[in-house]
Design a protein around this ligand. Structure first.
Ligand SMILES: Cc1cc2nc3c(=O)[nH]c(=O)nc-3n(C[C@H](O)[C@H](O)[C@H](O)COP(=O)(O)OP(=O)(O)OC[C@H]3O[C@@H](n4cnc5c(N)ncnc54)[C@H](O)[C@@H]3O)c2cc1C
Length: 184
């Protein structure tokens, strides 16, 4: 099974994790729940008239865990490449080896990206239209890739785009995650 480390537990990371876990990937989300969402009152997230950012996060975390993703209250301190895979080290001393890394740690993500050879500037981490960085199998999503114009729905969208790219690459064809009422 494809293993993915999602580093950051705001809307960007949780959205990537939702799509990946829902489609059978083994996903671990790392983070300290220090998302800016705890300061937000959402009135501009399409489909949600009004909800506090903290409530949004509670629902999102439950939804992601419900599809089998592992959510760890543990921040990542370093990432290194090893034999075509990535070793993720945490503050609590965990070491996990994974196939893909999705960086979603907002401002703190640049410090993890640069040692991997992923360039960043005041405009954020450099990514292409699928949120791929220059390092194969490393993605950067959300505020980390777009610090100056950060919105929750844009971060969640970026996480979804990166996840579909990973799923499509693994499948060898374009993947969509579509459900219909008749599916039950
Ligand atoms: C006061 C305020 C009001 C806002 N109001 C709105 C609003 O009304 N509408 C709207 O759309 N947006 C609003 N925003 C912006 C919104 O909160 C952000 O756009 C959104 O949180 C960005 O999501 P993100 O996932 O990219 O980053 P974040 O939500 O910042 O998430 C980053 C996560 O990474 C984790 N992390 C950091 N370092 C590490 C590490 N080393 N290892 C693992 N995890 C790590 C953090 O704990 C955090 O949970 C507001 C922001 C603020 C501050």
């Amino acid at each position: 099974m494809t293993t993915i480390a999602v580093i950051g537990d705001g809307p960007a990371g949780l959205s990537a994790a939702l799509f990946l876990a829902k489609n059978g990937a083994e996903v671990t989300v790392y983070g300290g729940d220090e998302t800016a969402m705890h300061y937000a009152l959402l009135r501009n997230y399409l489909g949600i008239e009004e909800r506090s950012g903290s409530e949004f996060q509670r629902h999102a975390r439950t939804q992601v865990a419900g599809y089998g993703a592992t959510l760890l209250d543990d921040e990542v301190t370093a990432i290194r490449q090893a034999g075509g895979r990535f070793v993720v080290t945490t503050g609590a001393g965990r070491e996990d080896t994974v196939d893909y890394v999705v960086l979603a740690a907002a401002k703190k993500g640049s410090a993890l990206a640069e040692p991997l050879g992923v360039p960043s500037s005041s405009d954020g981490v450099e990514v292409d239209g699928e949120y791929r960085t220059v390092v194969d199998r490393v993605y950067a999503v959300g505020r980390l890739a777009r610090p100056a114009r950060s919105q929750a729905i844009i971060s969640a969208g970026a996480g979804a785009v990166a996840a579909l790219d990973i799923l499509s690459r693994e499948a060898g064809e374009d993947v969509t995650d579509w459900d219909s009422p008749q599916d039950g």
